[in-house]
Ligand binder design. Structure first.
Ligand code: WTA
Length: 658
């Protein structure tokens, strides 16, 4: 591998001590795994599946392609995910080991052992059964970052119920859509969520969502008392979690399910229409979450792992609720935000808990970098971060400057950074360095996880030469992959396996491989999906939210523009029903529309810029010219051919900032 030619920002080889002891030690070991997978794909994954998961009844076959692209993995094997994550460790004499070190927003630390976590999971599992939740039923979880959140997910897994976690930042409307979409029989929520000293009324949002209608499937709402705030109460429907659990025994026979049994749905944004319910399996998903946890983070017995993601996102599923627990790890879980009480909170927590593996998002790094530069008192160099040995990044491309800062100031120059590329749909890491093997290049997610056949192709599915950009695909199914879109198998096929790509999985991102090393760099989404602070949003969703403000809005188009901190920022171009507003009026209407979107979707979807025009730029056939709008949003000179544009004068209007 010629790495010298490919290191514009330097090249980082694994520290020898780390490499020597790593699960995957050195590039030769990496290549050996890749070769094994190539030689015997089914056998390779079967070996991993037997290593990282305990099966109730063994599977006889790894991959079943008979109904492609509806692939099945380990299909005749049975297991229980919660048994794997909890009982297995207790039975192996590791029950006293700390599973979760939970730190509240205000800084209170609670430790829960594997034995305790199992008991709490069983009590809730029994309570769910007592309320009539059965195998295959869907349960929506709308909880803050909490031990209860993990317990709720594990309790569903224990009884074979399929959970659908909804991020606590989503609005009542979004929550309603997800409850309705899943046909949930139960919602598990909390009185309030506490973040950065602010209280958010989760239970009230659930009440509002259910009142919007369409949620008749919901029989019970279970409420975790987080703050003790007063909440409205519907005695026919609402129950306190502590009351429900108090009367239940702390053991519960797990429901043994087939490997393909749906463990969870997780709604995520696509390029068209409403968010889609990504359906994951039990067996293949757990195998993939566990093996990526083990190899990408080189997880060892004495590690203290901390993933800062929320359990409402896939990262919190695979690398908080399932991956670490499947391997019996000790992990830190945090309720709050990185900037409260100050932007040194994360560094302080790493020091306090002796975190050895730290996994966060580029947007967090960029904002803490800025804060540290502005205030030396919260600079990472003021804290003792010597416990760290591996750093991780996820959710969006990490720019080399942020990478270098993270490496030097947080990792003390000695910790490899694993820049993990993956998606809600992939279940776990797809393209990532392995810390004891892969030489690192800032800004590149380097090489596929062993066994993953990632490639860059053209629009007909042909490989493009390295050095030339193209479409990122995965050529073979893998155990952790999405199984279908809940209730919409045709959308699954159309979104991920378009006919022109010959059965390859379409990730929706562009990528380029380095001419020398073959290293991958992700160049961003090729569809209408935005990535704002690592949160995935569809432009269509935001447009629909805007035009649903029928009193004001005639037409709207939403695009992303680059932003130094959030990666991308949302820019909305709006045509009002009345005349184009100016000055103070424009400012007021823009704010009204921002708040409208926050109510419809959630605060994360608020457009940063709102621009008004008499019209939107359209081709003569009436199509909105989005590429053009992207240039306008970014403040770039227009280089596109605008000769076919119906109304070129509006470009001037739309370029004006409010
Ligand atoms: C982007 C998050 C570059 C990408 C786990 C992908 C990344 C989308 C990276 C999925 C990375 C995620 N480098 N881009 N390391 N990780 N992405 O479903 O555009 O919330 O398609 O899953 O985030 O976002 P999702």
């Amino acid at each position: 591998m010629d790495l010298a030619s490919f290191a514009p920002h330097g090249l980082y080889v694994p520290p020898p001590v780390l490499e020597a002891a790593a699960h995957v030690s050195g590039m030769a070991a990496y290549r050996k795994l890749v070769a094994q997978a190539q030689a015997d794909y089914g056998g390779y994954w079967a070996g991993i599946a037997r290593d990282v998961v305990a099966w109730r009844t063994p599977f006889s076959k790894s991959l079943d392609e008979s109904e492609a692209p509806f692939y099945k993995w380990f299909a005749d094997g049975t297991l229980n995910v919660s048994w794997n994550c909890l009982d297995r460790h207790v039975q192996a004499g590791r029950g006293a080991r700390t599973a979760i070190v939970f730190e509240s927003d205000a800084g209170t630390v609670t430790r829960v052992s594997y034995r305790d976590l199992l008991a709490r999971t069983c009590r809730l599992a029994n309570a769910l059964k007592a309320r009539g939740v059965r195998r295959g039923d869907r349960v929506v979880i709308y909880l803050p970052m909490s031990i209860e959140g993990v317990v709720a997910m594990q309790a569903c897994a224990r009884i074979g119920a399929t959970h659908s976690v909804v991020f606590g930042g989503f609005s009542a409307h979004s929550l309603r859509d997800r409850i309705e979409g899943a046909g949930a029989v139960m919602v598990i929520t909390a009185d309030e969520q506490v973040r950065g000293g602010r209280h958010l009324p989760l239970k009230a949002i659930v009440d509002e969502a259910l009142a919007l209608g369409g949620c008749d499937s919901v029989r019970d709402v279970i409420v975790y008392r987080r703050t003790g705030a007063a909440v409205a109460w519907n005695p026919a429907r609402d129950r306190w979690l502590h009351d429900e659990c108090a009367v239940q025994p702390d053991s519960c026979e797990p429901e043994w399910v087939g490997a393909e049994h749906p463990l969870f749905l997780l709604y995520t944004s696509g390029s068209t229409g409403k968010p889609k319910g990504v359906q994951h399996s039990s067996g293949g998903y757990l195998v993939f979450a566990a093996v990526t946890m083990k190899w990408t983070f080189d997880l060892k017995d004495d590690d203290v792992f901390w993933c800062t993601a929320d359990i409402g996102w896939i990262t919190g599923h695979s690398y908080i609720a399932y991956g670490p627990l499947a391997l019996g790890a000790t992990q830190v879980m945090f309720e709050g935000v990185p900037t409260y009480p100050d932007a040194g909170r994360f560094w302080q927590m790493i020091q306090r808990h002796g975190v050895t593996i730290f996994y966060t998002a580029p947007t967090v790094i960029r904002s803490l970098l800025k804060a540290a530069e502005a205030d030396a008192a919260i600079h990472p160099d003021r804290y003792d971060l010597a416990s760290l040995r591996i750093l991780g990044s996820v959710g969006e491309p990490i720019n080399p400057a942020a990478w270098e800062w993270y490496h030097r100031n947080v990792g003390g120059g000695r910790c490899p950074i694993v820049d993990t590329f993956w998606q809600t749909e992939t279940g776990g890491h797809m393209i990532t360095p392995l810390p004891g093997a892969t030489p690192l290049v800032p800004g590149s997610c380097t090489l596929p996880f062993p066994g993953i056949e990632a490639a860059v192709v053209d629009e007909a599915g042909n490989d493009v030469p390295n050095g030339q950009g193209g479409i990122l695909v995965v050529k073979k199914p893998w155990p952790g992959m999405i199984r279908t879109i809940w209730g919409d198998p045709e959308r699954y096929r159309a979104s991920y396996f378009p006919p022109e790509l010959r059965g390859f999985y379409l990730a929706g991102d562009g990528a380029i491989r380095d001419a020398g090393t073959g290293y991958f760099t992700i160049t961003g989404r090729i569809d209408d999906v935005l990535n704002v602070s690592g949160h995935r949003l569809g432009t269509m969703e935001i447009e629909s939210a805007l035009v649903s403000c029928t009193e004001l809005v005639a037409e709207a188009a939403v695009v992303g523009r680059p932003d130094d901190t959030t990666g991308e920022a949302i820019c909305a171009f709006v045509v009002l029903k009345g005349s184009r507003p100016m000055g103070e009026e424009a400012r007021q209407i823009a704010n009204t529309l921002r708040n409208w979107v926050a109510r419809e979707i959630g605060p994360i979807a608020k457009p940063k810029d709102v621009r008004f025009g008499d019209n939107l730029p359209k081709t003569r056939s009436g199509k909105i010219m989005r590429r053009l709008l992207r240039s306008v949003a970014a403040g770039q000179a227009i280089t596109q051919d605008i000769s076919t544009l119906e109304n070129p004068a509006v470009l001037q209007q739309l370029a004006e900032k409010i």
